[in-house]
Unconditional design. Structure first.
Length: 414
């Protein structure tokens, strides 16, 4: 295997899976060429291509459609390639593998199309059992662990970061507010958080709010959302930048020290997603919020997402359907889904900023509860090393003879 072709799409798969894997693959075998294929995705943040193109471990970044056209036009299989599915519709990676006559591997927890892959790499034993029940042979499944754990730094200087922000960790209580990585999330959450910051300033004067923004969000979008929220930027302590709300409360914007701020916070408020596993790996107590105030603007999987929000009838129908789905959902935070019980609190309702501020204050008062949550989150996240184990599985293909494992998908299924 001389080329690793990875299908990927949204921020979680890019930052949580592909980048740590690519680093370990290059470290293990620098001769392997890594190509990222960006697939269509309604959950994209908007800067995936820019971030991937700037990463030194990746040799090429292409969009799916021109890449497929090129494969069809050349009709020359690369028998030394391996296709790895990390994100997007699984039919895309299977189609690429078919055109290349190369083996297709997949990483994740879904059983969709799993029988069509030559190898299924999974994070845990529970997924192994699920795939076995779906008819995947045991010798085609390997548990490598949760790669998201490797996407966060092994050590962070949280106390040093707080002091650099002008926060006294002994007398003040840092609270991190995460606005998400998709445009529609940032546009709603920043004005919402502005009111949360105001509420905390009056009910908990010792709280100091931090705003770490995802690198996948366009800075211009953040500026526009801040302007609509009535937040203006000011120079803070050291190199930090503050934002001031209409009522005069302040928060600090965090860029480079994002993980340190998350790890050092007494409480983190976040939307659901891959970031909840990153927070779990850091042992950061969190409150997961899903404001249903404008649920019709959310991007979801399936036909519901086809309903336009431009016209009242379809907007109302989408809202009603999503509210119905919410009632039937169990847990939505990944740590809770892993545990099968509520480890981190979830707020899924028509929310007012005061509701969130009240929950933050409640948890700031519960030191023992936060400590217990932190311990359980670290246990659920598991140890580091999944990216290295997966890289070992991938680079092992390079030592196989030419054409090994490149039998047809149909033959592999039999």
């Amino acid at each position: 295997m001389t080329e690793l072709i990875v299908t990927v799409n949204a921020p979680g798969e890019v930052a949580g899976w592909l980048l740590p894997l690519a680093q370990h693959v290059k470290r293990s075998d620098p001769a392997v060429r890594i190509r990222a294929v960006l697939t269509p995705c309604p959950f994209a943040g908007g800067r995936e291509r820019e971030i991937l193109s700037a990463h030194p471990a990746l040799d090429d970044v292409v969009d799916l459609r021109p890449f497929l056209f090129d494969l069809v036009r050349r009709r020359q299989p690369r028998r030394q390639a391996l296709v790895l599915h990390l994100g997007g519709d699984r039919i895309y990676s299977l189609l690429i593998a078919k055109l290349l006559r190369a083996p297709a591997w997949v990483y994740g927890t879904s059983r969709q199309w799993s029988r069509w892959y030559q190898r299924c790499l999974v994070p845990d034993a529970r997924t192994i059992d699920k795939l076995r029940r779906a008819g995947v042979a045991s010798d085609r499944i390997a548990a490598v662990g949760e790669m998201v754990v490797d996407s966060v730094p092994e050590t962070v200087d949280g106390i040093g970061a707080l002091r650099a922000f002008g926060i006294d960790p002994e007398r003040e209580e840092p609270v991190t507010l995460m606005a998400g990585s998709r445009p529609y999330e940032v546009e709603f959450m920043l004005p919402f958080y502005a009111d949360v910051i105001d509420a905390l300033a009056s009910s908990r004067p010792s709280a100091r709010c931090l705003l770490p923004f995802s690198e996948f969000v366009d800075p211009a979008l953040i500026d526009r959302a801040m302007e609509r929220a009535g937040m203006r930027t000011e120079r803070g302590a050291g190199d930090s930048v503050c934002v001031r709300t209409r009522r005069g409360a302040t928060a600090r914007i965090v860029h480079k020290e994002r993980y340190a701020a998350m790890a050092a916070s007494r409480m983190v408020v976040t939307l659901p997603g891959t970031n909840t596993l990153q927070l779990a790996a850091l042992g950061a107590p969190m409150l997961v919020v899903v404001p249903l105030n404008r649920v019709e603007n959310a991007v979801v999987e399936g036909p519901v997402n086809w309903l336009s929000t431009r016209w009242w009838p379809t907007r109302a129908l989408k809202r009603r359907l999503l509210l119905h789905v919410n009632e039937r959902l169990g847990f939505i935070a990944l740590p809770n889904m892993l545990a099968g019980r509520e480890v981190v609190p979830e707020l899924r309702a028509m929310l007012e900023p005061a509701d969130v501020a009240g929950q933050i204050v409640r948890w700031l008062d519960d030191c023992e509860g936060r400590a217990a949550m932190s311990r359980e989150l670290r246990r659920l996240a598991g140890p580091r090393g999944a990216a290295a184990r997966m890289a070992a599985e991938v680079t092992r293909r390079r030592r196989e003879p030419a054409g090994a494992g490149a039998t047809s998908v149909a033959a592999e299924r039999q």
